[in-house]
Design a protein around this ligand. Structure first.
Ligand code: SAH
Ligand code: SF4
Length: 376
């Protein structure tokens, strides 16, 4: 494959490309529509952009620019595996990238709506001890188009079943979004474009382990993306044991950045708390969270641990989780206790890719579709 992926380009960049090649800027919207609307509705295994309906100048440009040896290409990742939870609500896809690396992307179904969960890196450098992605280490950043392609893929899957498209998008798959800031920012500009995939910034949540410079930068962005901060512990000492990067961005700096973010944006922050039995799930821990988040516009998401091969901890029992939540409630702190979605298909972050690396995907994968070399 030669040249630049068109999936890496924002609409403004596509306009610049066409203008530089002597075309009217208006053709960019036609191309954009073909890439992000019509291609999603195609039914064949190999998705493609159909230039048949393009005005002649755009069709000629397309044939030269994306033909053999051309400057651009429009290539989607290969679908390498799919898992569906037994309740049918969680669908997890393993996508193969051009260099053979694999990433996970997930659809979570809720009554009347779907949420997509996408990866931002191959692996992760942050090393959280309970996370399958962290246990596997960092391989590389995703390019913007590799993040965009995940959303494109999920929309196509949903449309194929007659479902409405994604309502919400969370950057909670493999990787640390704020460690790949520029690519994530470009990808979200493409994903939220109203003429394209059209998932509005208010429906998008960026989840971070606590990369302080990234939080401060995000506070300056004009788009109102939601921010989730993975907290897991309310003291520096306990947090550093679960989240090694807490040594680099200590809890007090993180909380100062969060306060700053709320002040500057006027938005609340979602705090993620993975409940691990005997580690961070006692009534005393709940009290600490309430104290730490006092005065911060916050919503806490409590997520019972998904077991992973590299970590011996287990999930908090339901009764203790409810008791934890009751303490937050009594302190006036809103929270949601998340179900362990798709746990029967090992749907925790990074776990499908981990299973493939261990060579056991055959028994876990319920359907694999050959979609090799989607190329145009
Ligand atoms: N790197 C970002 C986003 C990806 S992880 C972050 O850490 O926020 C998305 C969420 O999944 C985080 O809140 C993370 O703590 C949580 N997570 C990771 N592994 C988990 C596991 N085994 N069980 C439950 N939650 C997990
Ligand atoms: Fe990376 Fe998030 Fe996993 Fe931590 S929890 S290792 S930051 S993906």
């Amino acid at each position: 494959m030669t040249g630049t992926s068109l999936l890496d380009l924002t609409l403004a960049e596509v306009q610049r490309v066409l203008r530089a090649d002597g075309l009217a800027v208006a053709h960019a919207s036609t191309l954009w529509r073909a890439c992000y609307h019509e291609s999603i509705l195609t039914t064949e295994a190999r998705a493609s952009v159909d230039p048949g309906a393009f005005p002649p100048p755009l069709r000629r440009w397309w044939e030269t620019a994306t033909g053999p040896g051309g400057k651009y290409h429009w290539t989607q990742p290969t679908l390498c595996g799919e898992q569906v939870s037994t309740d049918g609500l969680t669908r997890k896809y393993l996508l193969g990238l051009e260099d053979g690396r694999e990433i996970e992307t997930v659809i979570m179904g809720y009554p009347g709506r779907f949420t997509g969960c996408v990866s931002t890196q191959v692996g992760c450098a942050m090393g959280c001890v309970f996370c399958a992605t962290g246990q596997g280490g960092f391989t590389r950043h995703l390019r913007p188009g590799e993040i965009v392609a995940q959303v494109w893929h999920l929309q196509r899957r949903l449309r194929a079943t007659g479902a409405p498209g994604l309502r919400n998008l969370v950057l909670m798959g493999m990787g640390e979004p704020l460690h790949n800031y520029d690519a994530v920012r470009t990808a979200l500009e493409i994903i939220s474009d109203t003429g394209g995939l059209n998932i509005g910034p208010r429906r998008i949540t960026i989840s971070t382990v606590g990369v302080v410079p990234g939080i401060l930068r995000l506070a300056e962005e004009p788009q109102p993306y939601n921010l989730a901060v993975s907290l897991h512990a309310a003291t520096q000492e306990e947090r550093a044991r679960l989240v090694p990067v807490a040594a680099r961005w200590p809890l007090d700096e993180l909380m100062a950045a969060c306060r700053d973010y709320c002040r500057r944006t006027g938005r609340r922050i979602f705090f993620e708390w993975t409940l691990i039995a005997g580690r961070n799930d006692s009534p005393a821990h709940a009290q600490q969270v309430a104290e730490l988040l006092q005065g911060v516009p916050a919503h806490v998401n409590l997520i019972p641990l998904n077991p992973t091969a590299g970590y011996a901890g287990s999930a908090t029992a339901q009764g203790s989780a409810a008791a934890f939540q009751a303490i937050l409630r009594a302190a006036g702190l809103p929270s949601t206790l998340r179900q362990r979605r798709g746990i029967d298909v090992a749907a925790g972050c990074g776990q499908l890719a981990g299973a493939t690396r261990r060579g056991s995907e055959a028994e876990r994968t319920v359907s694999v579709e050959a979609e090799h070399g989607n190329r145009n």
